[in-house]
Design a protein around this ligand. Structure first.
Ligand code: COA
Length: 190
């Protein structure tokens, strides 16, 4: 990244922070709780690979290492009061030439439908444009993932592309991929 992403951000209700050594115990429980929740739209999410406490410890160590190297940025989203994990946000530089970032997210299964993901994404977007001078940000989502589509649209992203029926579910149904983008100029003109 061209400058360093802040390891902690605040919103009205939330603290968004990078992971640190010591997070493994609750992260292990969280990953088990969300295994089925992530199956349909995030089958490759790292949290789904966790089977043991030791896996969780290695995962957190990887997150810390990735953060320090500036490769991938996984952040936990926590409710301030009572302090508890409600979502995860992923931020990555996808095109250095135009300073384009990609954002990914999931809500904790017990905290879906409360606006936490939208609140966190809005703050991350503001930080990327204002502190890291992003030129554009993208969100990629399955075209049947209506909750994710609503997050992208509430945060002001424009639908830029639609690849139809490029994925097949285990039940034999097809779905496509939607590409959403937000330009720096659009963010600034609001
Ligand atoms: C996609 C996903 C992250 C969306 O999560 P979400 O909880 O719907 O998103 P938010 O936290 O922003 O909550 C928004 C909802 O909370 C509601 N809400 C309730 N109280 C609210 C409040 N105080 N403030 C704002 N919104 C509130 C909103 O009306 C909205 O509901 P709606 O979409 O039915 O209109 C979630 O469904 C998920 O994790 N899915 C599995 C993994 C996944 O699909 N990841 C995305 C891959 S691209």
């Amino acid at each position: 990244m061209c400058t360093t992403l802040s390891p902690i951000m605040f919103t009205d209700r939330l603290v968004i922070r990078s992971y640190c050594l010591g997070d493994e115990n609750w992260y292990y429980k969280m990953s088990l709780r969300n295994h089925a929740h992530l199956e349909r739209y995030e089958p490759e999410n790292p949290a789904r690979a966790i089977k043991t406490q030791e896996d969780a410890k290695k995962m957190i160590a990887n997150f810390v290492d990735d953060w320090q190297k500036g490769h991938h940025h996984f952040m936990g989203v926590f409710l301030k009061e009572p302090e508890q994990f409600v979502a995860q946000i992923y931020i990555g530089l996808v095109n250095r030439n135009v300073n384009e970032f990609g954002i990914g997210y999931f809500s904790d299964v017990e905290h879906e439908g409360k606006g936490y993901v939208t609140e966190a994404v809005r703050t991350v977007v503001k930080t990327l444009f204002e502190s890291l001078h992003a030129h554009r940000i993208r969100i990629e989502t399955d075209d049947t993932n209506l909750r994710s589509i609503r997050v992208a649209e509430r945060c002001g992203f424009m639908k830029e592309g639609h690849i139809r029926e490029n994925k097949k579910s285990p039940d034999g149904t097809y779905s496509g991929t939607l590409y959403y983008g937000l330009l720096r100029s659009e963010f600034q003109s609001r």
